[in-house]
Design a protein around this ligand. Structure first.
Ligand code: PHE
Length: 415
């Protein structure tokens, strides 16, 4: 294994890159809906508690593994590689399809494509785009191409620079949308939907959903955090990076809720989740609020998706470069073409898309997260781990609580 010398040149770049990986489609199209359906503030409280007590320790375990592995080249890490590489590659493929849709919709909103349309017409637009193999595949390729261009520019010059600029801009854009959305008459119902605590809705599946969502949202178990941590400077702390990433990720998810739900309720529409919310309901609602808002909205989604997809591509590229000795640009090219192949299958066959989504988030991510917790908690030398983890309490969470909780949700989700 050649020594990994790639670095983020500042703490800010490393934290923005990690926050960029975390902030993604999951925050926009899953979180706000989940909150509303699973008991509002009650769900938010449980979600935050899980973030702090389970997901953050796993984040720290995965990043500690990244830091330790770069120094010693521990061979144990090669055991995790097949799982994380497969997981990140599969997620990259279907994520690129949705990234392609955001690109498509950005262009459409530039051209004012949604003004005057109602939801039924927007549904037709979406079905038309989704049904067109050429449009679907070419937009996916454009998105994957943008991802590859950022990654090929290098760790600091590509990923770091992109993240330092785009993540702050992304936050500003979502705050702007939230302000506009909250100013609409009748927006209060959307806030009520997000916040009113309803403890009776907090059943077993809701709790499993909270934990599963915090895993996906913090990009755990697929090697993105491991890889980015391996690029951090010696003096930068993984605890601090983890704390900031969890904070930005949760803040962004809540902001996305405030940007989306007040507008949906002000328009008197039932909220949904996933593609129907983002590509059918919201373009119509935001177009009623002016020509600029839909453009800002789809640009925000595109940036959020890109900052996550670069962290997925980098997992595989980093492995090819540092463990297989391949040149960076050839590694990027190889992964681009392979992901384009699987991505095309996801774009044309909804069943392949669903299978990739299910396998990666319910199986591979869980196995990856479990392996990171076990390796950092039980196999890597304690003194080495404690240099990064620092607190005995955090170490105990990694050793005991994290593995138990991962197995518990994996079983609940698969049953
Ligand atoms: N965290 C991203 C999101 O919320 C998804 C992701 C998962 C990105 C795993 C990288 C690795 O959309």
């Amino acid at each position: 294994m050649s020594e990994n010398k790639s670095r983020f040149n500042s703490r800010f770049a490393a934290i923005m890159a990690m926050a960029g990986s975390a902030v993604g489609l999951g925050n926009i199209w899953l979180f706000p809906y989940m909150v509303g359906e699973h008991g509002g503030a009650a769900f938010i409280i449980v979600y935050i508690a899980f973030c702090i007590l389970v997901s953050l320790p796993i984040f720290i375990a995965e990043s500690t593994a990244g830091r330790v592995s770069r120094k010693e080249g521990y061979s144990i890490m090669n055991k995790v590689a097949p799982v994380t590489i497969l997981a990140s590659f599969i997620i990259l493929s279907f994520y690129s399809v949705v990234g392609g849709w955001s690109f498509d919709y950005l262009i459409r909103s530039f051209a004012g494509g949604f003004s005057g349309k109602d939801i039924a017409e927007a549904k037709e637009v979406f079905a038309g785009m989704n049904g067109s193999v050429v449009e679907n595949v070419s937009c996916m390729l454009v998105f994957l191409g943008m991802t590859a261009m950022i990654v090929v520019a290098g760790v600091d010059k590509g990923i770091g620079r992109f993240s330092k600029i785009s993540i702050p801009v992304l936050f500003i854009m979502v705050v702007l949308i939230a302000i506009e959305s909250l100013r609409l008459p009748g927006s209060g119902k959307g806030i009520e939907y997000l916040i009113r605590p309803d403890w009776s809705k907090l059943d077993g599946p809701a709790i499993a959903a909270a934990l599963g969502q915090s895993f996906f949202s913090l990009s755990l178990g697929v090697g993105s955090i491991y890889t980015y941590a391996s690029y951090m400077r010696e003096e930068d702390s993984v605890l601090r990076a983890g704390g900031w990433t969890a904070f930005f990720d949760t803040a962004f998810a809540l902001l996305a809720g405030l940007a989306i739900m007040p507008a949906v309720f002000a328009a008197g529409i039932e909220p949904g989740a996933g593609p129907s919310l983002v590509f059918e309901t919201l373009p119509v609602i935001f177009s009623r609020m002016g020509v600029v808002l839909p453009v800002i909205f789809f640009l925000a989604i595109l940036i959020a998706a890109l900052s996550s997809s670069i962290s997925l591509l980098e997992v595989v590229v980093s492995w090819l470069v540092h463990s297989r000795g391949m040149r960076r640009r050839y590694a990027v090219l190889l992964v681009f073409f392979s992901a384009a192949f699987l991505g095309s299958a996801c774009a044309v066959a909804p069943k392949v898309f669903a299978a990739c989504d299910f396998l990666s988030s319910n199986v591979f991510m869980m196995i990856g997260a479990l392996l990171f917790a076990l390796i950092t908690g039980w196999i890597l030398p304690r003194e080495e781990v404690m240099r990064h983890v620092r607190y005995r309490f955090a170490y105990a969470l990694i050793r005991y609580a994290a593995p138990v909780m991962i197995v518990a949700i994996a079983v609940t989700n698969l049953l």
